[in-house]
Design a binder for this molecule. Structure first.
Ligand code: URA
Length: 249
């Protein structure tokens, strides 16, 4: 499958510069894939969240304080997928409420969005002890929830935050350092991987590229909007000459 991708050209030093370069990447479609919400059939996000709060599918269900299913409207155009709840999220039951969350809010505001415009979740709904990396068995156990959230929301864009979410959503593809800021369409879902805000807080040289990544998100949303407007114009027939005369006559 050919994918037209756009990358924001960036270096750590020029985070504020806005340039956009089309990039062509080839990815194979996964036969029979797409988001199926395997095995789960919740009527809405609320029902799914209630199940997450009861979940004991993996040991994290026994060590967490609060499960963190996700927040945001089911009509969101953008779904943000991070790694896993940290300490603050575990205590409050909401994703991205700590330092990384504040940076995420700031990045969203920078492209004209607020937190309430997007649906925010993680590949794991429970905090791994001491914030260690998600383990493959945990990712697999939690996977049906993310798949059903994607299926229920059907976002225009899935914003992938960092390498763990990238490995979960686009397995076997390239690294986050290669794919960040690119638009990737796979199995009829559009993804834009970006650096994880927490990574940029730890490594300040990633802050510029992260800001560029969000500019690539904005550029993509603008292109989608532009195409939608053009399609509406084509679908609306021009008034016949006699109707025009009536208007002015
Ligand atoms: N980092 C994440 O990946 N998710 C959160 O909810 C918070 C920090």
């Amino acid at each position: 499958m050919a994918i037209a991708a756009h990358a924001a050209n960036s270096t750590a030093a020029d985070g504020a510069a806005e340039t956009s370069k089309p990039v062509e990447i080839q990815y194979a479609a996964t036969p029979g894939r797409g988001y199926t919400g395997r095995g789960l059939d919740f009527v809405d996000l609320g029902a799914l969240a209630r199940d997450v709060h009861e979940c004991r599918r993996c040991p994290l269900g026994f060590s967490r304080t609060h499960a963190v299913p996700g927040v945001g409207p089911s009509s969101a155009r953008i779904m943000v997928v991070g790694e896993a709840p940290g300490q603050n999220e575990d205590q409050q039951g909401e994703p991205f409420v700590g330092a990384a969350g504040k940076l995420l809010d700031q990045l969203l505001r920078g492209i004209g969005l607020s937190r309430s415009d997007v649906f925010i979740t993680n590949i794991l709904k429970c905090r791994p002890p001491n914030n260690r990396d998600p383990q493959p068995a945990e990712v697999q156990a939690c996977s049906p929830y993310l798949e059903q959230q994607l299926q229920l929301i059907k976002p225009e864009v899935v914003l992938i935050l960092g390498r763990h979410a990238l490995a979960r959503l686009l397995p076997g593809q390239e690294s986050i350092s290669r794919l960040h800021g690119h638009v990737i369409v796979k199995d009829a879902v559009t993804y834009i991987p970006v650096y994880h805000p927490a990574a940029a807080l730890y490594n300040s040289f990633l802050m510029g590229p992260l800001q560029q990544d969000f500019k690539a998100v904005k550029a993509h949303l603008d292109r989608v909007e532009e195409r939608r407007r053009a399609a509406t114009l084509v679908a609306t027939p021009a008034p016949k000459p006699e109707e025009q005369l009536t208007l002015f006559g």
